[in-house]
Design a protein around this ligand. Structure first.
Ligand SMILES: C[S@@+](CC[C@H](N)C(=O)[O-])C[C@H]1O[C@@H](n2cnc3c(N)ncnc32)[C@H](O)[C@@H]1O
Length: 425
């Protein structure tokens, strides 16, 4: 979207054009959702390029569809040629349903279910109450239990959004020596599947509400992980499966207020083995906001929690307080920073952080041609292939925008396994 934004745009164009563009782009988000709903990208990928062809395939009003296509073009999702044919841009291709980087479900979830709820933001700001509750009558995740279509879209949305961090967690966190991990509220299992695939010694348990269980089981079946993963329908406020080495909470704590979050953290602590760990993956609210797209993403998520389940994004000290209260020892590492350090390692900078998976760190250090990291003597082809695979993975990882994602490893109350890890500041 080409909304003007940021201090430099305000300086260049003046505040009014920036504000007007902001409102226009908010409204035009619905045009993108409608395009996703109508499967326009799938049809275009299949060879329909004109408004008439598309209108016929969809059964819609050709002149109006043409106007929608031109709006999409203005937003950078399509290109229009001299003859009036349209083609998808790379961003437009994200609306396809059949690609591995598709964001279509998220657009449908947003356009169909979130849009009316955002329209009641005023209610949430006035009262502190969930606008979703006002609009749907269901609290927390109750809507998903009552509406299978909403549940499928929500769960697919989480798959599409979680893909962005699954590889980082799987490759950058050290799961060595662990045997069993539990993904608490793991949805359709995208993260757990990535971790299990990267660590063949691990077995997994996915706990979620009944609406997610069948989809999760199918996902593990498709990935060939069904034998290594148990899928449990349950309530994390009641009981969390005991005795695993690590518990993952990704985008769980932010759904809830402090009291409910503490209850989940308490239940995890009760379930965890003596030397076990808790992996909390959340965005971290900065102490002060700034005018930037990265901060806007956090502000968006924070308000989405307010109007939706009634949770919030938290600052690092706020997360720390919750974890301290629940009896976890000190904060160990934030993955974003570890990855930034990893960037330093590539340019011959600082020491690799121990939080990184050791073989990965090693490979990076002996990557040929790196300033300060050269001199790799490994000639074994298998080693080299493995190194290239990991380098490619890490390149993919570092290319992405991590600005809003942090990952915390916490010790369980009795753990002293990694006490030599330094708190990163
Ligand atoms: C924001 S989603 C996160 C899903 C997944 N961890 C991810 O990041 O892709 C929150 C998840 O918590 C699950 N959940 C909510 N309340 C729950 C409860 N009481 N017991 C178990 N799971 C619950 C939801 O069904 C949903 O899958």
């Amino acid at each position: 979207m080409n909304a003007l934004s940021g201090p430099s745009d305000q300086h260049r164009y003046g505040p009014a054009p920036v504000l007007i563009a902001l409102i226009q782009s908010a409204a035009l988000a619905q045009a993108v959702c409608v395009a996703a709903d109508l499967r326009i990208a799938d049809l275009m990928a299949g060879g329909c390029t004109t408004a008439d062809e598309l209108a016929q395939a969809i059964g819609s009003h050709p002149p109006s569809l043409h106007r929608l296509l031109r709006a999409l073009t203005s937003l950078g999702l399509c290109d229009e040629d001299q003859a009036g044919s349209f083609a998808l841009t790379p961003m437009g291709s994200l609306l396809r349903s059949d690609t591995s980087d598709s964001l279509r479900s998220w657009l449908l979830w947003f356009g169909r279910y979130q849009w009316p709820v955002w329209g009641r933001l005023l209610h949430s700001v006035r009262t502190g109450e969930s606008a979703r509750m006002l609009v749907t009558g269901a609290q927390g995740f109750g809507l998903l239990q009552n509406d299978p279509e909403a549940a499928a879209l929500f769960n697919d949305t989480m798959v599409q959004l979680t893909r962005a961090v699954a590889a980082e967690v799987a490759y950058a966190c050290d799961f060595a020596g662990m045997r069993r991990i539990v993904d608490v509220g793991g949805g359709y299992g995208t993260l757990l599947a990535a971790v299990l695939q990267a660590h063949p010694q691990l077995r997994g348990v996915l706990l979620d509400m009944p609406h997610a269980i069948e989809g999760a089981a199918q996902q593990f079946e498709r990935s060939g992980l069904a034998e290594r993963c148990e899928v449990i329908a349950g309530d994390f406020f009641q009981r969390i499966p005991e005795g695993a080495d690590a518990y993952i909470l990704k985008n769980i704590i932010h759904d809830w207020d402090d009291e409910r979050s503490s209850a989940i953290l308490d239940n995890c602590r009760r379930a965890i083995v003596a030397d076990g760990k808790l992996l909390v993956i959340e965005r971290v609210m900065p102490a002060r906001m700034e005018d930037s797209s990265a901060y806007r993403a956090i502000a968006y998520a924070d308000l989405a929690m307010l109007i939706g389940p009634g949770g919030r994004e938290r600052t690092e000290p706020e997360l720390q307080i919750l974890l301290d209260r629940a009896g976890y020892d000190g904060l160990v590492a934030a993955m974003q920073r570890a990855l930034l350090r990893l960037g330093h390692v590539e340019t011959g900078g600082t020491e690799p952080h121990q939080f990184l998976h050791p073989p990965q760190t090693h490979r990076l250090l002996c990557r040929p041609g790196l300033a300060g990291g050269g001199g790799c003597n490994e000639t074994n082809t298998q080693e080299q292939n493995e190194r290239e695979r990991i380098e490619q993975k890490v390149t993919e990882i570092t290319k992405r925008d991590f600005s809003s994602w942090f990952v915390f490893w916490k010790f369980s109350i009795s753990s002293n396994l990694f006490l030599n890890f330094q708190k990163m500041s």
